[in-house]
Design a protein around this ligand. Structure first.
Ligand code: SAM
Length: 212
């Protein structure tokens, strides 16, 4: 009964908060209809899992607003067959959504407690194409590079050079950049060659700080 209610709320979330706001990528919409967001919030917050906003997950961090998760994944153009690196696993929700689209998802979280909870969720839900590492995501994951898509779920003053280096030719890096905490510009870099990157400005966003 509860699962049916969550399923209805999840479909409504995708229709009203995401598709109606302009996200068109079928892979993203379908994946977000499949992943149970209620399994990624803190115990006691399940009834708020499909609300239109971020929620606390401990360590002063948040699971991002569903629309922002969709926007980041659409902007990163995550596709079947892709090798993806996410910086800032948090609850693991965005990695779980991407795991339903891409071939493989590597995700890094700096807080060990959050990383452990996210790992447990992946295991429980059977998402076996995700690997999580606890550490500083600004250094990337060189052994698993190059990546077709690198969404960064926290904002810093500049684009970490290691992440640019680990992008495949044609790969997309989407990252909030700005000096201020919780006020950044979402930047998309597409790697055109070894040395050339095309830059697009995707508008103002408010992310937790990227530490590292
Ligand atoms: N994608 C997450 C989700 O679906 O729940 C939301 C992540 S939250 C907005 C951003 C996360 O980035 C936080 O959990 C924070 O600890 C993490 N973070 C910040 N700086 C980091 C870094 N240098 N390396 C790895 N994780 C980092």
């Amino acid at each position: 009964m509860l699962d049916l209610a969550h399923l209805r709320d999840r479909n409504r979330m995708v229709d009203v908060q995401i598709a109606r706001r302009g996200v068109r990528d079928r892979h993203v919409l379908d994946a977000m209809r499949r992943v149970p967001r209620e399994a990624f919030v803190e115990p006691g917050f399940e009834e708020f899992a499909y609300e239109d906003g971020p929620l606390p997950i401990g360590e002063g961090q948040t699971i991002s607003q569903p629309y922002i998760v969709a926007l980041m994944i659409e902007a990163s153009e995550v596709k079947p067959g892709d090798n993806v690196l996410e910086v800032g696993a948090g609850s693991g929700y965005a990695a779980a959504v991407m795991s339903q689209i891409a071939d493989r998802v590597y995700t890094i979280e700096r807080h060990p407690s959050l990383g452990n909870f996210a790992r447990q969720r992946f295991k429980k839900l059977g998402y076996d194409n995700i690997e999580l590492r606890v550490g500083d995501g600004t250094r990337g994951w060189p052994e698993a590079a190059p990546f077709d898509a690198i969404p960064v779920a926290a904002g810093g003053p500049e684009v970490p050079p290691a992440l640019k280096e680990q992008l495949a030719i044609g790969g997309r890096l989407v990252i909030p950049v700005g000096e201020e905490e919780r006020y950044q510009t979402l930047i998309k870099l597409t790697r055109k060659s070894d040395t050339q990157f095309e830059e697009e400005n995707l508008g103002a966003v408010a992310f937790v700080p990227l530490i590292g």
